[in-house]
Design a protein around this ligand. Structure first.
Ligand code: PMP
Length: 428
């Protein structure tokens, strides 16, 4: 079904003034074909486009909307904070509250610095690790996305993967050469690299549950292996929990898996929908940052009072409602429905889920790393996506993304989603 007239008109206008008509490439529907719709309003688990179409949303603004859209607690907190000023560039009490909350929820984080995006968090964590170790090499995994700073746009996931630019033009070769890329879940490749170059490696950065090439889970022992090998060679272990942090458990994947990284990056949920990122960890490493140490990092809007207030309200509400337990429960409802549909249709597609994050890969191959994910049948995914969209269910417009469930998704929403998904799979 084509877009409604208002979305169509807005997209034409947008393309005149914004490259490709979007401010972030993944929004452009390249992986699925067609044009993006424009949203008018979002509330709870639902969004309405400018033409009045209503959809159950499983994108959740790409992760931040863990309570659902426009939760009253967050909106009120933003109003209250705004009355006293929207930005100061002077320390404010909200920042201290947020920093303390992060340190209390995530025990490996002894000190934290607040920034305005996930990209800033990972970029700064890497500079810090380089400054702290005096080394330059960086290790990342194929298909993991850590934002769009130069050192990290190498074999990247998310929109970079979807759009066929996992290695971006404009990144100087000298930068890219300092980033070594490994397949996820491959211990032999990891050992080989560290044996050859271990003493040059400043940091290894990883999404502990890679969620930017679909959703991929670590094999038992793999994350521990990362901890052990980085310790052995004196490299900084950075967990990028921009997506998983404050979404899967109070302490993120590191709590679920019992691993203590040296540094962790956050974003998304901690901003309550406003632009926030954070990176933190060992105090001896964090104290290398200016003004205490020699590694420079700064931000005009860092610790912005509205963003802090929104994030704090979201975290408190999540805690008050025992959110992680509910998200697991409703995640299971979805999982049972999806597995039942796949069984009834005789399809061997692979389904992965952790709490409120999920991915249905359109492949019968088990997915342990990017190459497995790439066996997905993108034509079938595209048909599935459009059928669901036409029937009021909005999944991420790319096979290489993770779906998000929120506190606002109820059992009835999951039942409706399962009906639509079943019909979509029958129509393939
Ligand atoms: N790290 C991860 C794991 C992410 O998923 C993302 C964004 N999807 C980022 C970093 C970058 O965050 P931002 O888009 O806020 O810059």
């Amino acid at each position: 079904m084509p877009n409604g007239p208002l979305s169509t008109k807005l997209f034409e206008l947008a393309k005149q003034y914004i490259p490709g008509g979007v401010n972030s490439p993944v929004r452009a529907f390249r992986n699925v074909g067609g044009d993006p719709f424009f949203v008018r309003r979002a509330k709870g688990c639902r969004i309405w486009d400018v033409d009045g179409r209503e959809m159950i949303d499983f994108v959740g603004t790409w992760g931040p909307a863990i309570l659902g859209h426009a939760p009253v607690s967050v909106i009120e907190a933003i109003h209250t904070a705004a009355k006293d000023g929207v930005s100061f560039g002077i320390p404010n009490p909200y920042e201290v509250d947020m920093a303390r909350t992060i340190c209390e929820w995530v025990p490996s984080v002894k000190k934290v610095r607040l920034v305005s995006s996930g990209t800033e968090a990972t970029m700064s964590a890497i500079r810090l690790a380089r400054g702290f170790t005096g080394r330059s090499r960086l290790v990342k995994f194929d298909g993991c996305y850590h934002g769009h700073s130069d050192s990290l746009l190498v074999a990247a996931g998310s929109g970079a993967l979807t759009h066929g630019h996992p290695d971006s033009a404009g990144v100087p070769a000298a930068f890219a050469e300092l980033t070594s890329v490994l397949p996820f879940n491959d211990e032999a490749a990891l050992e080989e690299l560290f044996e050859a170059k271990g003493h040059e490696i400043a940091a290894l950065i990883v999404e502990p549950y890679p969620a930017n090439a679909g959703l991929i889970l670590p094999k038992p022992g793999f994350l521990q292996k990362l901890r052990d090998i980085t310790t052995k060679y004196g490299a900084v272990l950075i967990f990028d929990e921009v997506m998983t942090g404050f979404r899967l458990a109070k302490g993120g994947v590191q709590e679920l898996e019992g691993i203590t990284p040296d540094l962790t990056c956050f974003g998304k949920v901690i901003g309550g929908g406003l632009p926030v990122g954070a990176f933190g960890g060992r105090a001896d490493i964090m104290d290398y940052l200016a003004p205490l140490g020699p590694v420079y990092q700064a931000g005009t809007l860092s610790g912005n009072p509205l963003a802090m207030a929104a994030g704090l309200a979201q975290l408190r509400e999540l805690d008050r409602q025992q959110g992680f337990a509910y998200l697991e429960e409703i995640g299971q409802v979805m999982e049972e429905a999806v597995l039942d549909v796949l069984k009834r249709k005789g399809l061997g597609y692979r389904w992965y889920r952790k709490g409120s994050m999920f991915c249905l890969f359109f492949t019968e191959t088990e997915v342990h790393h990017l190459q497995d994910a790439k066996t997905a049948d993108l034509v079938s995914f595209r048909k599935f996506f459009h059928h669901c969209l036409d029937h009021g269910v909005y999944f991420a417009p790319s096979q290489f993304e993770t779906g998000f469930i929120s506190m606002a998704h109820a059992k009835a929403d999951m039942e409706r989603t399962a009906e639509v998904a079943a019909a979509a799979l029958s129509a393939l």
